[in-house]
Design a protein around this ligand. Sequence first.
Ligand SMILES: Cc1cc2nc3c(=O)[nH]c(=O)nc-3n(C[C@H](O)[C@H](O)[C@H](O)COP(=O)(O)O)c2cc1C
Length: 376
Amino acid sequence: MTVAASASRAAEILSRPVSLGGLTVPNRIAMAPMTRMFSPGGVPGEDVVSYYARRAAAGVGLIVTEGTYVGHESAGQSDRVPRFHGEEQLAGWAKVAEAVHAAGGTIVPQLWHIGMVRNQGEPPVADAPAVGPSGLRLGATEPTGKAMTQADIDAVIGAFAEAAAAAERIGFDGVELHGAHGYLLDQFLWEGTNRRTDAYGGDRVARAKLSEEIVAAVRETVSADFPIIFRYSQWKQEAYRARLAETPEELESILTPLAAAGVDAFHASTRRYWVPEFEDSDLNLAGWTKKLTGKPAITVGSVGLDGGDFLKSFQGEGAEVGDLDNLLDRFERDEFDMVAVGRALLQDPQWARKVLDGRFDELAPYDAAAALKTLS
Ligand SMILES: Cc1cc2nc3c(=O)[nH]c(=O)nc-3n(C[C@H](O)[C@H](O)[C@H](O)COP(=O)(O)O)c2cc1C
C-alpha cells in the first residue's frame, strides 16, 4: 500500500463515530490520560482549559483527562495534580469540559487514588497515611502503610461515587476509573500487594471486589446512560512484566464481575498495542477484553511515536512494528473500538487532525524531550 492509500484508509476508518454506553464519540481517537502537575492547589486553571481544548479542536474525539484525585485524604501526594472535589477545583474542571465541548470533543475525567504509592508527609493532607489492601508497596514484604479497614474501603468507594456524581453535574460525558499501573485499585487486583484474607482478598474474583463495588456505587449514583470506562493493565509502574492474568480464563474472571457491575467500556492499557496478549492468538489485551466481555474496548500503546513507523510498513517490516496499518487491520477485524494516543498528542496537539485528514506527510518524528515539556 502506498503512503497515500494508507493515509486515506486511516482517515476513513478513524473518522467513524462510536458509542460507549450512552455516549456517541465523533471518531475513534482518544487522548490517553497523562498526569500533569500544572494545577496549583489542585485547581485546573485557564492553561489546563486551553491544553485540552486545543486537542479537542484538532479532532481528538474523546479526551481522558490526566489522573485527578478523588476526595479521600490519602488519594494523592501532589498539590499540583488536579483534584476532582472541592468547589474551586470543580469550577475549574467545569470550564475544561465546556471548552472541550465548544471545540466539538467529548471528555471524561480519570478518577484516581494512588494507594500505597503515597509517601506520608506529602500534600494535600500531610498526615494522611498511605493506604492499600495490605499496607504493602509493590515488591515489599513488610508493610509501610495502613491495611485498609472496612471503614476505609467504604470511604474510598464513597469518594469515587461522589466524584462521578460531580462529573455528571458539571458537564462531563462520563468517567474513567483508574484501575491500572499499580495504583490503589490495581493494588487490590494484584496478588503481590493484596494479602487480605477477608472478602477483598484471595482469588482473582475476590481481589476484583473493591473495583466491582466502586463500579456498582458509581453506576447507582450517575444516570443510567452516563458511561463508566474502566482502565486496567497487566503491567505496573514499577513492574513492567507483572501480569494479573496468564490466560484468557483468568482475565475473564476479573473482567466479568466488573462488566456486570456496570462498566460500559474497558480501556486496556498496554505499552505496545501490537503485542499479542496470550499464546495462540494475535489479539492484544483490548481485543481479548472485548471478546471476553462483549463491551467496547479502547487500545493504547506507542501509536504514532515515530513518524517513521508509518513508513516501515511500506518497507516490508509490517507486522513487527507499530505501524498504523497494523492498527487499522485490527480495527477492520473489530478487535477494539477506539485507540488512545498519549505521547504523540503531547508533542503535536494537531496529531489527530493530521491523521483524520490523511496528512501523514505532516507528522513529525517523535521527540520525547519536546513532548514531555508539556507536562512540567
Ligand atoms: C507523562 C505520562 C503520564 C501518564 N499519566 C497517566 C495517568 O495519569 N493515568 C494513566 O492511566 N496512565 C498514564 N500514563 C500512561 C498513558 O495513558 C499511556 O497509556 C501511555 O503513555 C502509552 O501510550 P502512548 O504510547 O501513546 O504514549 C501516562 C503516560 C505518560 C507518558
